[in-house]
Design a protein around this ligand. Structure first.
Ligand code: ADP
Ligand code: MG
Ligand code: MG
Length: 193
């Protein structure tokens, strides 16, 4: 069975809760290799998204569009347009597919196109590119999520603010990869996806 509006709302509300619970941690990760705002940016955006979802979108396309627009207008920084693009691509793809793997594939392609990052550049692309195939294969697990996030620690950043640090970006988990890990965790915990 394909993705329903109820699935999307549950998934994204769980993501929102995780962001709220971990906003200080996400900002602390960003303090080490960026400007310390990632958790606060995401928290502001996801609170606005949850309010939008309370208005009960009628289709998955409407839900993804609302999520995308809200993230683009409220998160800011590098991550706002990137998460916004991800959900906008899911909205577009949902016109012809209700398969979560196909939707996430479209989202990842959008993130890569928008930000120009490749796997290994120490960005959210690292987590997405490892975990999207696991979703498609119905093999996503908490262990795989944890290890994909942890694997960003030893990379040298090639994109985003952390790249200004060069070699000194090594030894710290990428904040956008950690928040993306929560998105996949929320998916794993959503009944019926
Ligand atoms: P800013 O760096 O503008 O303060 P945030 O702190 O909200 O924005 O988000 C930083 C995160 O965005 C990084 O940890 C990284 O995962 C992600 N990111 C930054 N630049 C790119 C890019 N070009 N492609 C993909 N992800 C990126
Ligand atoms: Mg930042
Ligand atoms: Mg910033």
């Amino acid at each position: 069975m394909g993705l329903s509006v109820k699935n999307v709302v549950e998934w994204i509300n769980k993501f929102s809760v995780k962001i709220e619970q971990n906003k200080q941690f996400l900002s602390d990760l960003d303090t080490a290799i960026g400007d310390g705002d990632h958790g606060f940016n995401m928290s502001r955006g996801m609170n606005a998204v949850s309010q939008k979802l309370d208005l009960e979108p009628k289709t998955i396309t409407d839900a993804f569009k609302q999520i995308a627009m809200t993230l683009i207008s409220t998160v800011g920084g590098a991550s706002g347009p990137l998460y916004g693009t991800a959900f906008l691509e899911m909205a577009k793809k949902s016109a012809t597919s209700d398969d979560i793997g196909e939707l996430l594939d479209a989202a990842l392609a959008g993130i890569k196109k928008r930000g120009g990052a490749k796997p290994g550049d120490k960005t959210m692309v690292d987590v997405w590119s490892v975990l999207v195939p696991e979703v498609k294969a119905h093999n996503l697990t908490q262990e795989k999520i944890d290890s994909a996030v942890a694997a960003t620690k030893d990379l040298v950043a090639k994109k985003g603010r952390a790249s200004y640090l060069g070699e000194r970006s090594k030894g710290h988990v990428d904040p956008g990869s950690q928040s993306s890990g929560y998105l996949f965790e929320a998916l794993l915990e959503t009944e019926g996806i």
